[in-house]
Ligand binder design. Structure first.
Ligand SMILES: [Zn+2]
Length: 381
């Protein structure tokens, strides 16, 4: 077992999740930690919050009824996770960590998450993945396919990470000048045929990638004059997923490809939020809730299909200790009369509740949402 943990590089692929699911440690316990690295606070305050939360988990594991060697291994996991978490606080691309560590088995995977999580730890004989699945469900997967007449590169983009999954070149016949117009004509035809075949090859590679690692959206890029021909070669499944067409050199450095893909993702997220908003207004009487009180009631009924929330809005509020209902004001709970406890940020709590009921959560900055106190929801029924 390495003496230090490293963050997983690249995207979270379906195969990685399957590997975590299949991992077993008979006779042992393994550690699954979800650690929030609250990016809204300053780094020192966030570090302190991480330390306090991990200290609570440490107490829990010290009290587990397990043999000494099992506890020692869990303690080692804990130390590795604490070191990595404290070193990661303040990173712009990491809002939370999901850590899966089995010191005794020499296995560790630590994934960055761009969404807030509730701090949790599990010490079972296998990794606990349901909070990870809830997070993964929030984000769409993108593929980017860049191609010119002979080169191609394919990328996956997910949870703000990029991974180049393949790159290849199809050989084109060299450029030659023919004195004879008939030969020239044959040559040009052959040339067109070659790059037609190249596009077919790229389209097939994109389809194979989709079958292996399904994605919701596809971005294609290359010389804008060739893109329509390439798009025409794509399988119908993929053509329906194209969200953007870029005029971009196939050899563009990967970080620039990521930057542009993240801008494109923002556009898609905005369109999704506008779509949810329209559904809320269209079915306002049966399924739409506007403002905090109506939306908190819908969350309490576990009926939220989609939640819209304004980014960077934060209010203190209350949560019922008995039934979990969120309220803006104190006093006995309107649902059960239970006693309420203060929460630092009620909007953040609403996001947690929505993620836990597998609702689609979208942050959306728009005057219309601001006018209803920054929160609205679409109910399932
Ligand atoms: Zn209550």
């Amino acid at each position: 077992m390495a003496s230090k943990l490293r963050l997983h590089e690249g995207t979270v692929r379906a195969s990685l999740v399957a590997e975590l699911e299949a991992f077993r440690a008979p006779g042992q316990r393994v550690s699954s930690y979800y650690v929030d690295l609250d990016a809204t606070q300053d780094t020192e305050a966030a570090k302190l919050a991480v330390k306090n939360s991990l200290a609570t988990q440490r107490e829990r594991l010290d009290q587990l009824d397990v043999p000494h060697f099992v506890r020692q291994s869990l303690r080692h996991d804990w130390e590795l996770i604490q070191e990595l978490a404290l070193g990661t606080v303040g990173r712009r691309d990491t809002r939370a960590l999901a850590c899966f560590v089995a010191s005794a088995g020499g296995y560790a995977r630590v994934l960055r998450l761009p969404w807030p999580v509730r701090d949790r730890a599990f010490f079972e004989d296998r990794f606990v993945l349901w909070p990870l699945h809830q997070q993964l469900d929030q984000a769409d997967r993108y593929a980017v396919c860049l191609t010119d007449k002979d080169d191609a590169r394919l990328f996956l983009v997910y949870l703000e990470q990029i991974e180049e999954v393949s790159a290849f070149r199809d050989k084109l016949p060299g450029r030659v000048r023919f004195p004879d117009p008939i030969k020239e004509w044959h040559y040009t035809n052959k040339h067109v045929d070659y790059f037609h075949r190249h596009f077919e090859h790229v389209a097939e590679a994109a389809l194979r990638l989709f079958q292996r690692e399904p994605f919701e959206h596809l971005i294609i890029g290359g010389l804008s004059e060739h893109l329509p021909e390439f798009e025409g070669q794509l399988h119908r499944y993929l053509r329906d997923r194209v969200v953007a067409r870029w005029d971009m050199d196939v050899h563009t450095p990967t970080p620039q490809v990521l930057e542009r893909a993240l801008q494109e993702e923002q556009n898609v997220l905005k369109r999704q939020a506008q779509g949810i908003w329209k559904s809320i207004l269209d079915s306002r009487a049966q399924r739409g809730t506007l403002g905090p009180e109506e939306s908190f009631a819908a969350l309490w009924q576990r009926r939220v299909q989609a939640l819209l929330i304004e980014p960077a809005v934060s209010y203190a509020g209350f949560r019922c200790g008995a039934c979990g209902r969120l309220h803006l004001s104190g006093g006995p709970c309107v649902e059960c009369g239970g006693k309420m406890a203060e929460v630092a940020d009620i909007y953040d709590e609403a996001v947690h509740d929505a993620i836990e009921q597998c609702a689609q959560v979208r942050y959306w900055k728009d005057q219309a949402l601001n006018d209803v106190d920054s929160i609205a929801a679409l109910k399932r029924f």
